[in-house]
Design a protein around this ligand. Structure first.
Ligand SMILES: [Zn+2]
Length: 344
């Protein structure tokens, strides 16, 4: 397998100071990929910058220029959670561009699949608003770009970040060409992504929200993939799969209360890779979203690469949850979602 890694040190120039979403996330992850020599097996691809036209497929031009001028002023807080610095605009256009580089490399068959290891993350950013540590919605920009530039009819976005990707949902709420499948903790930030959010108009049924109670772990996620995500993806039959890869559902993550392990993340990635192989010639692009425990984030990203490379020996250096939550019963929730979406 030729697996692409899109990375550039420009992503470290988005300086958030003393903030959970900081440059150390990528430094720690790249260090682990180097120490374990996994990086030697990857195809390193430098990201390009996304153009204003490409970003404006998702964001208002006035919003894009407001982020640029805020950077020129030295940065500042955009909302209670989201801060930027003088380097953030450049980092953000290369983060969106990194997702585009990944799409280009996969669609042109330069690589079999690719992971854009970028920051700032993107899935909370809406047309007019930065929020939840996100400036531009990298994955939504990539989906729009793929549909506009390649001969594919449908794109599937799978979002396993612990938070709902409200920006991505909003960008495609009335677009039947994009299916959005999200697992997220609920109730939780940002408060969107209920089971009833299925898309509007002609897009009804293409948005599949799976709001999970706190405490779900590997077994619950596997059930969700087997019973909802795999059959919904097969019915949609995409030409490309994009993944909002957030590692903040790991049990050691300080922001959320899920219990996924690194091994559980590897199982999820196996499901997704199996779908890509079966449905769209293996065409699969990951972009980094959240994940704030450095050890869990880096180990889970490495496990993701191991699965993409076809390695069967997946290390989980952290193991299962020691938090002692009782796993919730999600059978009724799965049944409800299957009923809403007419899944067998
Ligand atoms: Zn998140």
């Amino acid at each position: 397998m030729r697996v692409g890694l899109i990375y550039d040190s420009i992503y470290l120039e988005h300086d958030t100071g003393n903030h959970v979403e900081n440059a150390q996330r990528l430094v720690a992850t790249m260090s682990l990929l180097e120490e374990t020599h996994l990086k030697d097996n990857l195809v390193l691809l430098p990201p390009r910058a996304a153009t204003v036209d490409e970003i404006s497929a998702v964001h208002a031009k006035e919003y894009i220029s407001s982020i640029q001028s805020q950077a020129e002023k030295g940065g500042g807080w955009l909302d209670a959670d989201t801060v930027m610095s003088s380097g953030s605009y450049q980092a953000a256009i290369y983060a969106a561009g990194g997702a585009l580089t990944a799409v280009e490399a996969v669609m042109n068959r330069q690589v079999d699949n690719a992971f854009a290891l970028v920051r700032p993350p993107g899935h909370h950013a809406t047309c007019w608003q930065a929020m939840g540590f996100c400036l531009f919605n990298n994955i939504a920009i990539a989906a729009k770009y793929a549909l506009a530039n390649y001969d594919i009819e449908r794109v599937l976005i799978i979002d396993f970040d612990v938070h709902h990707g409200n920006g991505t949902q909003e960008a495609f709420d009335d677009d039947p060409q994009v299916m959005y499948l999200s697992t997220h903790e609920s109730p939780f930030y940002p408060g969107t992504g209920g089971v009833e959010d299925i898309g509007r108009g002609a897009a009804q049924g293409t948005k599949v929200n799976i709001p999970l109670p706190a405490g779900c772990g590997d077994a619950e996620y596997i059930k969700v993939y087997e019973q909802i995500i795999v059959p919904a993806a097969k019915r949609f039959s995409p030409g490309l799969i994009l993944v909002s890869a957030g590692y903040d559902a790991h049990w050691a993550d300080g922001l959320a209360l899920m219990q996924l392990s690194v091994a559980g993340y590897a199982r999820i990635v196996k499901f997704i890779k199996g779908l890509a192989d079966e449905l769209c010639g293996g065409r699969l692009v990951f972009t980094l979203e959240g994940g704030y425990n450095l050890k869990a984030l880096s180990a889970a990203v490495k496990a993701t690469f191991d699965v993409l490379l076809g390695n069967t020996d997946i290390e989980d250096p952290i193991g299962q949850s020691s938090r002692g939550f009782r796993a919730p019963d999600i059978a009724a929730l799965i049944k409800e979602i299957k009923t809403i979406h007419g899944l067998p």
